[in-house]
Write a protein that binds this ligand. Structure first.
Ligand SMILES: Cc1ncc(COP(=O)(O)O)c(C=O)c1O
Length: 331
């Protein structure tokens, strides 16, 4: 358990909301100078560098708080949910095991490609117990059985998107503010981030306010049609996270969470979760060829497609510099 920027700011949280250090920051930032954009510069904050062995990214930041909370509550098992190729489930199983926690995964169907097949093999190797619940309804129906079988388990929602998990991106926003202060990047006008279950965007919105960056706009690119994700749900989770911080002893300033500062869009979703879009495939190729940046088609490719469209010309509403958050879906 090490001190975080959040703990430095609110020392009362050190004992009440511990953090297990799984990755190391600050994650690198760089200008994407070779992207074909017409409007202002685009910067990258590369969350792929957070965590080890290529399994880093936004999941690791959430797990730092979620696993610490499970350990604090003396839980032995973590139950969570994901698609068949879930990065989230794999990260939970791997990091959980390292910290003495078993993982139980309920898996719902998603389009199966080579990556998903390989990911399923990794999930089997991870030691997690897998339940193929296939649909959302059957997952909900299976919940009481799983809870009866794994007593004293800690239940974490898909993607780790609850108030505890969102703390990972509150912390990241504080880290970003320090990097801006240190001159590592300019203050962004807007940040583009993919949204699968909302915790990353919610933590980011709250964190930007706490970090004195409340005027930065967030474009939250929804890549998942199986959950209800809109401005209201993301701000609600941000408020819940603030309530958690207050309940655990932090003296928070008054929050705005201004609707003008958060756009939640399904414009780059395509047919649905896990279905590649032509724009995302183009964005993957552009990022690889122009910037040597490896993205994937489910999350970060769709968010990069948004960045390319939003900066293709001077569209009103896209405030530059744009910061692209590579939340990192390992391939
Ligand atoms: C690579 C990547 N980016 C973005 C997300 C979405 O983040 P969130 O679920 O917090 O919205 C995920 C979800 O697991 C992910 O794997």
């Amino acid at each position: 358990m090490t001190e975080t920027l959040l703990h430095q700011r609110f020392p009362a949280l050190k004992a009440s909301l511990p953090r297990l250090r799984l990755g190391s920051g600050p994650t690198p930032v760089r200008e994407l100078t070779h992207l074909p954009t017409a409007a202002g510069p685009v910067w990258l904050k590369d969350e792929g560098a957070y965590g080890d062995g290529g399994w880093g990214g936004n999941k690791v930041r959430k797990l730092e708080w979620l696993l610490a909370d499970a350990v604090r509550r003396d839980r032995r098992t973590v139950i969570t949910v994901g698609g068949l190729g879930t990065n989230w489930g794999l990260a939970t199983a791997r990091y959980g095991r390292e910290h003495g926690l078993d993982t139980v995964l309920a898996l719902v169907d998603q389009p199966v490609d080579d990556h998903v097949r390989a990911q399923l093999d990794r999930l089997r190797d991870s030691g997690a117990r897998l339940y193929f619940t296939r649909t959302k309804i059957r997952t909900v129906a299976a919940a009481p059985l799983l809870l009866a079988r794994y007593r004293r388990a800690c239940v974490i929602p898909p993607g780790g998107s609850n108030a505890v998990g969102a703390l990972g991106y509150v912390e990241m926003a504080l880290e970003l503010a320090e990097q801006i202060r240190a001159g590592a990047l300019p203050r962004p006008g807007s940040i583009v981030v993919p949204v699968g279950s909302g915790g990353t965007a919610a933590g980011l919105c709250l964190g930007l306010e706490l970090a004195g960056l409340a005027d930065v706009t967030v474009t939250a690119v929804v890549v998942n049609d199986t959950l209800h994700l809109d401005q209201h749900t993301i701000h609600r989770l941000a408020r819940r996270t603030a309530t958690l911080l207050t309940a655990r002893g932090a003296d928070l300033p008054a929050l705005q969470l201004s609707p003008q500062r958060l756009t939640v869009t399904r414009a780059w979703l395509g047919t649905g979760y896990g279905h590649p879009t032509p724009a995302a495939l183009t964005a993957l190729a552009v990022a690889r060829e122009h910037e040597n940046l490896a993205l994937e088609p489910v999350y970060t490719g769709k968010a990069m497609a948004a960045v390319l469209d939003l900066t293709a010309d001077d569209k009103p509403g896209t405030e530059t510099p744009v910061l692209f958050l590579n939340t990192n879906g390992p391939r």
